[in-house]
Design a protein around this ligand. Structure first.
Ligand SMILES: Cc1cc2nc3c(=O)[nH]c(=O)nc-3n(C[C@H](O)[C@H](O)[C@H](O)COP(=O)(O)O)c2cc1C
Length: 212
């Protein structure tokens, strides 16, 4: 099993990094031989869509001319990292009700018309990537989901739409909330409770499907 781990927090002692590490540990318990590749957006942010990339994807005719440009090559590299993975693990903070800009920059380079997104004759978008399990650990300072939510949530619906657009629909979310208010002991207990709900049954199925 190849796991792509994407961490988005710039903080060393980050709650979302601890969450993603706990998700990885659970996956390694299922498959001790699994290989983990890291894409650390928090510590090594990728550039936002640059002039050349934005121009290249503005029309299919433009893309051919810009194919060897470094910005387009980065997009291709990021997409190939996703394609090479059987499972994705994302650790991300909630920033202003949604994903941090480092993760948005990644999304802008992975969701690409004609490469990861196709178009039906009717004009609807069709995802061109193979579905795979995506485990997403979210750390938020306040509460954004459940009966005690105090703020809107544009993170879970956004990631669901973004991944769905490229054909990846097997998402599981693990929100560790109120990091600004709870002590370490409570947060550790909450993290363990979240990880205990992790469903790993579809991992084998996805890999079997890919091998057939
Ligand atoms: C720029 C910024 C925006 C934030 N926006 C929100 C927010 O909208 N809602 C929220 O609950 N917490 C918000 N927070 C708090 C973080 O989600 C919280 O500190 C979280 O634990 C950070 O993740 P980390 O521990 O993995 O670094 C924000 C923090 C920063 C730095």
């Amino acid at each position: 099993m190849n796991i792509l781990l994407i961490d988005c927090s710039p903080r060393p002692n980050s709650h979302s990094r601890k969450l993603s590490a706990a998700i990885i540990a659970r996956l390694l318990a299922v498959d001790p031989a699994a290989h983990v590749t890291r894409r650390d957006l928090g510590r090594e942010p990728i550039p936002h869509a640059e002039t050349s990339y934005a121009t290249a994807i503005s029309s299919p005719g433009e893309l051919a001319a810009w194919q060897s440009d470094s910005a387009v090559r980065l997009s291709e590299q990021l997409i190939q990292e996703v394609e090479a993975a059987d499972v994705l693990v994302i650790g991300t903070p909630m920033n202003n009700f949604t994903v941090p800009s480092v993760l948005k920059a990644w999304i802008d380079q992975v969701l690409r018309m004609g490469r990861t997104i196709g178009a039906a004759a009717t004009g609807e978008k069709i995802g061109l990537l193979q579905d795979k399990p995506v485990y997403i650990g979210i750390a938020s300072g306040g509460i954004f989901t459940g009966d005690h939510a105090k703020q809107p949530d544009f993170l879970i619906p956004y990631l669901t739409a973004a991944f769905g657009c490229v054909g990846v629909t097997s998402l599981q979310f693990f929100p560790l909330q109120a990091t600004a208010f709870l002590d370490e002991e409570q947060l550790n207990a909450d993290r363990e409770a979240l990880i205990s709900t992790m469903d790993t049954t579809n991992i084998g199925r996805t890999m079997l499907g890919a091998a057939q």
